[in-house]
Design a protein around this ligand. Structure first.
Ligand code: TEU
Length: 551
């Protein structure tokens, strides 16, 4: 008879560090981060006390969308290294106590993928075309797109091809860039192919996958017009977001993951604002976890944060899944810069939504220090985005000629997009590339601000009260304290501008979102505080504190 399981599965309370590999560390001196660079810094990650890493797409790709245009799902881009290096990385990461999650992109391939090239060559009505979503145009000459869907990056979601005989041909769907044609998930060959890709990487030691735009795979069969529903958040019965049939795909993936020992895991990137819909992806026979963007989107205000936490715990917790808390990723403005703005009138979380508002970056950094103590004390799992442990701000003034986000081009050079959160990390030294490259003369693929000598790992290492050392201490305590990680929380009475909650046994977290100092409203011994004040000082504005309590 097998023993009852008494330990929590690792993913229920894991802290996962997101590695945007092109910008993490460059091990061959060409200005692009790579696997060699990542291998050279595994000790840094282990020392940070994280449990796992998630690596953004590292497959062969023309890089029309930062690698989310995959040309071959079973190989490594020469920009990042080789298959041998990838396997060595996974082995070494495991040796350092770090699990490895990869990124799978099932909604679309690159237009350079063999399937799409075959589809173009094979012509209308062929089985090869049926792997994607090709349709004849509308209008008198078929020169208008099949419907009114829009690309997330701007412009129409359809591009017309030229057929082999030179005539204007069918149109294909791309919810993202034209270089990212959407796959047809009604085709059993697509389903089989992706289950095989999962196995390919699981067989090589990958511990799981982050699933890119997990809620977009299925399209309503007749591809109806959106009308005025574009730009709105996914609604029930939307023709291309969050359709019910997508859950069947993930039930199949779960079976593949469960056929491994130890079982492999998934985290969904399904940008849904409704925790009720979010919860459907993490029902017991589906995915393990899903990013909680409700929390990421919340402004730095007690009421907004409390409601984001409460709603998420109720709905996602209600199906038995842990919540995945996240403050930043490679798609949004870094939270130091978001929180540097007046939080009463923030219009969004992308650079373009905030860049015209006055910024106080010192305030943003103070709030970021408090925010991570809040996040790490919440029940569930946490994803950190590389560089947040250094308190990096968004780079808001990248020269226009250096912008690579497809949004920039597709918006007619009006929407700057996401490059500003993807600038290569500063490791050491006084001048760019700040130890990012093994070659000090290398030019990083995006320019680093000159002032980043203050934000290098080397500089922050030497300051016991730096944000980097705060992250290390908090992550160590999170591992040591049985109250933290998976579980539940109890709200404690506090002023309207203060959030206070208890976790059993014997732990409390208090955050002051208000404009004046408050006495700590909980009895206990302070373990850690986000500011540099004496351990028993009143709680300053925009700070957080962790306490050991007797309760
Ligand atoms: O993102 C999905 C997505 O819809 C948004 O994150 C969107 O890209 C962003 O809000 C635009 O400002 C995923 C990836 O995380 C992203 O990097 C890719 O570009 C996208 O899918 C397409 O693969």
């Amino acid at each position: 008879m097998s023993e009852p399981q008494t330990t929590t599965p690792w993913w229920r309370d894991a802290v996962v560090y997101q590695v945007y590999i092109r910008s993490f560390r460059d091990g061959d001196g060409d200005g692009d981060g790579d696997i060699a660079g990542l291998r050279s810094r595994l000790a840094y990650l282990a020392d940070l006390n994280v449990d796992a890493i998630w690596i953004n797409p590292w497959y062969p790709s023309p890089m029309a969308d930062g690698g989310y245009d995959v040309a071959d799902y079973r190989d490594i881009s020469p920009m990042f290294g080789t298959m041998d290096e990838a396997e060595a990385l996974i082995t070494e990461a495991h040796g350092a106590g770090l699990r490895v999650l990869l990124d799978i992109v099932p909604n679309h391939t690159s237009d350079q993928h063999a399937w799409f090239q075959d589809a173009l060559a094979a012509g209308p009505g062929s089985p090869d075309r049926d792997r994607y979503i090709f349709r004849p145009g509308t209008g008198t000459d078929g020169d208008a797109p099949p419907n009114d869907w829009r690309s997330v990056f701007g412009g129409e979601a359809w591009t017309r091809v030229t057929e082999a005989d030179g005539s204007p041909g069918e149109w294909y769907l791309h919810l993202f860039a034209p270089e990212q044609p959407d796959l047809n998930w009604d085709d059993p060959r697509t389903r089989k192919e992706f289950e095989d890709i999962l196995r390919f990487w699981f067989d090589r030691g990958a511990d799981g996958f982050r699933i890119d735009v997990a809620h977009s795979l299925i399209k309503q069969e007749d591809l109806p017009d959106l009308g005025d529903r574009f730009g709105l958040l996914p609604s029930i019965d939307h023709p291309h977001w969050d359709r019910d049939e997508v859950h069947e795909v993930y039930r199949g993936w779960r079976k593949v993951a469960d056929s491994y020992d130890p079982p492999r895991v998934f985290v969904a990137e399904a940008w849904l604002d409704d925790p009720v819909r979010m919860a459907r992806y993490v029902r017991p026979d589906e995915l393990h976890t899903t990013f909680n963007f409700v929390f990421l989107e919340a402004p730095w205000r007690a009421d907004a944060m409390r409601s984001a936490v409460t709603r998420s715990l109720a709905e996602v917790g209600g199906v038995g899944a842990p919540i995945v808390w996240v403050l930043s990723n490679h798609d949004v403005a870094r939270h130091v810069s978001r929180f540097a703005r007046d939080q009463r009138n923030v219009a969004g979380f992308n650079l373009d939504a905030i860049m015209d508002l006055p910024a106080d970056l010192e305030l943003g950094l103070r709030r970021a220090r408090a925010a991570v103590l809040l996040m790490l004390a919440l029940p569930g799992s946490v994803y950190l985005y590389q560089g947040e442990e250094l308190g990096l701000p968004e780079v808001e003034d990248l020269p226009e000629v250096r912008l690579t986000d497809p949004t920039w081009r597709r918006s007619g050079n009006t929407v700057r997009g996401r490059d500003g959160c993807r600038v290569p990390l500063p490791w050491s030294g006084d001048a760019p590339p700040f130890g990012f490259s093994t070659d000090a003369a290398a030019t990083p693929w995006l320019p680093q601000p000159a002032g980043w000598h203050e934000r290098t790992v080397e500089t922050l290492d030497g300051d016991p009260a730096s944000i980097l050392n705060l992250y290390r201490s908090a992550l160590r305590l999170r591992r040591e304290l049985p109250a933290l990680g998976d579980g539940t929380l109890t709200w404690l009475d506090a002023d309207a501008d203060v959030l206070a909650f208890a976790r059993a046994p014997g732990f409390a977290c208090v955050v002051n979102f208000g404009a004046s100092p408050v006495p700590v409203p909980v009895d206990g011994r302070v373990l850690l505080r986000s500011d540099r004040e004496a351990i028993d000082a009143p709680l300053q504005p925009d700070t957080a504190v962790w306490l050991r309590t007797s309760a």
